[in-house]
Write a protein that binds this ligand. Sequence first.
Ligand code: WTA
Length: 668
Amino acid sequence: MTHRDDPITPGDAPRGASQDAIEALSREDRTFPPPPGFADQANVRDPDVYERAAADPEGYWAKAARSLDWYRPWDTVLSWDPPNARWFDGGQLNVSVNCLDRHVASGHGDKVAYYWEGEPGDRTRITYAELLAEVCRCANALRGLGVGRGDKVAVYMPMILEMPIAMLACTRIGAVHTVVFGGFSAESLRDRINDAGAKLVVTADGGYRRGKPSALKVNVDDAIADGQAPSVERVLVARRTGQDVTMVEGRDIWWDEVVPRQAPECEPERMESEDPLYLLYTSGTTAKPKGIVHTTAGYLLGAAHTHRTVFDIKDDDVYWCAADIGWVTGHSYILYGPLANRTTGVMYEGTPDFPAPDRWWDIVERYRVSVLYTAPTAIRAHMKWGPQHAAGHDLSSLRLLGSVGEPINPEAWVWYHHHIGGDRCPVVDTWWQTETGAIMIAPLPGLTTTKPGSASRPLPGIEADIVDGDGNPVPPGSGGYLVVKGPWPAMLRGIHGDPERFQKTYWDRFPGTYFPGDGARRDEDGDYWLMGRVDDVMNISGHRLSTTEIESALVSHQSVAEAAVVGTPDDLTGEAIAAFVILKLGTEPSVAFGDELRQHVAAKIGPIAKPKTLLFTPDLPKTRSGKIMRRLLRDIAAGRSLGDTTTLADADVVETIRDASRAGRDEE
Ligand code: WTA
């Protein structure tokens, strides 16, 4: 198997939805000015904010940072030696104190922090005072289990309250959490635990998904069995489903046996601004995921500030980000941003269509949700199920809608605006990444006239641009590479343990400038239209997956000789995974064997990485230098509507691939 490393070669065309489709959509001419009643009340109303921030970005961020609670103020706002940034050096603060203690101290202890709803229908709520007490108990328990400042803690949990509690407890004692999405396999979990060097794992017996308990503890056991994750000393297990699990003596301990008996106060660590806050692994273009490093002050500021400005958060809002905390969206916009802003949030454990497709609208109605944040994939699923499910509920509490994770197609935007937002709620399409920590490109809802499908423009304090292959800004009406020219507080500080890859992946393509890996187009008004990845990273339902990671999983099967994976446009999931597989001699291609390979990928990475289509071929098209010609494979996969099944390559496909292989063309 051949693949290229992270850097992007010039000439790569942005993709995702097809180029034509994107160009067609960025000719979209419907515009939506902020509704007057909304604009009058908005948190950000002064249109000069962009200019003022551009004239003095450090001053802009320093002013925003004064809204956090500091033990000691910073000495320097920024030291910038690309790619290394230090924000608010000399400052000291604690994240859990900013998210909890200061709200309780100012008399808001009884405010609800989360309305929590389990998939089976069980419900609870937790106030800021109660959450603080639980976090302190958990922090004391973690200290008792030998976790201290700088130690790494892996969190592999369902969407239950113990998850944010464990994460906040880490921040209280200066431990660094690394959350692994509960849908990842034991093997993925093990790789992340080992890369991070986690000392403790927090998990649960299971969680509910589509009516069934998931197997979390079993995966933890698999991940660390037989000394395969030697850094792990203890496993803390929350009880959710009550299913049978194995508890290893001396290693595993039940949450409810250790946490509740701790004291509800816990002295917080005074953290330095640049102390690491968490690691979060994300897919790059090689088989090995990258541990993105976020630090304390800048990250918290970025999450809180954007949450307040982009979602226009007010004290009486009920805010629901319908993501999983296992992804960065949940970190920044279920946990840190909302809690720092003393927001009342909703947390829901399960899937949107359980037990029925109106589950979300029932939640919005019952809690009077005013701000909803979700992904285009979810919106498209609701479109497919039909507007009658939303229409059956009172959604009049909603006042703002957000979108994240992938380009939103105008039809989905307009449907969301109309059927969910009742034509009265601004829609904010927010572009950002695990690496950026917080929203970078989005409307300011009280100021921006939005266009369905455009994320509008970089936020104040963010210096982004769209450039050609030589790094020159593209003129209005053209496409190119998205870049971020200056540092920003919530930016990643590195890739855990791999400074070279950090440099190479993000900073070498346009020296000294951050390159996120996305293509974008600028329209005549200067608005940005995101066009998807320009590298070998796919975006499936708003989740990042690496083509090479899935190829590695496929070739790890004893019967697979070679494999190539590409993303193809998909109406529901944005992109879908298509795999081309060459079998070793002696194995016959069959539909059943295709299913076995899909299962193999699920076991290696997680069910989200299962190829939707799998094609057995005798050859793979390669360039003279041995690179797989992915663009050709994408065209084949996209042009043939392969359906959901394993397919044997037909004569035409084989011929196309053979011709290309013989010619050994370089990809233009
Ligand atoms: C894509 C999720 C278009 C993009 C927060 C980025 C988007 C990757 C948008 C990051 C958007 C995210 N419009 N594309 N509004 N938001 N993306 O790290 O390709 O899981 O690079 O972070 O998702 O995915 P990640």
